[in-house]
Ligand binder design. Structure first.
Ligand code: ADE
Length: 227
């Protein structure tokens, strides 16, 4: 799967996407993540990419021309299944959307800054708009990193143990159960006996019950959504 991330601040993304599981996915050739520096498509000697907004008001807007030439350049080299703009007024990101995106081959992500991007770019090129939550970030980069990480780890072979993604919180509409490792006793707190029993069916049943209880207590909205 290939991600092209259009950004004016590629440095922001170099760290999060080049370590651990995302690095492993890239090393195995399962995932390609390319950062595309929008500044290279900027206008004039200063490589301008933003300007004042029509109608007045504080905050700059990312201009049409640099974004359009960048997007058209990328589209001339590959066919994109989705061109996604990260924005607080987009569709709320969740595990279901991550699962859907993990079935695509080529995805372009566009990171906005300042007041956002000129509306005409959204109308002409963008196929999907995603928000990672009801809060405003300084730019779309961290949101893009979250989308790439959560989608990338779903690709078969990226995680060592493929089934572990299937047991993640949200994957079956429930939060994940609690987990324990050594020591068996920590400050007088014991690991639940059933996990030491070796009885796989009992363990599976306990985990399901814990998931259900945790979901009811912490996120009843998820259970309602599944009904
Ligand atoms: N850009 C700024 N805030 C954002 C958010 N909450 N989600 C996605 N992109 C954003």
């Amino acid at each position: 799967m290939n991600f092209k991330i259009v950004t004016a601040l590629p440095q922001l993304l170099e760290g999060p996407l080049n370590h651990s599981i995302m690095q492993r996915g890239q090393d195995k050739g399962l995932l390609q993540i390319e950062l595309v520096n929008l500044r290279e498509y900027g206008l004039g000697p200063h490589k301008q990419i933003d300007d004042y907004q029509f109608g007045g008001g504080a905050g700059m807007v990312m201009m049409c021309e640099p974004l359009a030439s960048c997007i058209e350049d990328l589209c001339s080299k590959a066919e994109f299944d989705e061109i996604i703009y990260l924005t607080p007024d987009g569709e709320k990101f969740n595990q279901k959307l991550a699962n859907q995106l993990s079935l695509k081959k080529n995805i372009m992500l566009i990171c906005g800054h300042y007041k956002g991007i000129d509306e005409r770019i959204r109308e002409k090129y963008v196929s999907k708009e995603i928000s990672i939550g009801d809060y405003v970030l300084s730019g779309g980069e961290l949101a893009a990193a979250i989308v790439v990480d959560s989608v990338g780890r779903l690709l078969p072979g990226v995680l060592n143990n493929e089934t572990s993604a299937l047991l993640d919180s949200f994957q079956d509409g429930l939060l994940a159960p609690p987990v324990y490792t050594r020591p068996r006793n920590f400050k007088d707190m014991e690991v639940p006996e059933v996990l030491l029993s070796g009885n796989d069916a009992a363990i599976e049943n306990w985990r399901y019950e814990m998931s259900l209880e945790r979901t009811k207590k912490r996120r009843p909205d998820i259970l309602e959504d599944n009904d």
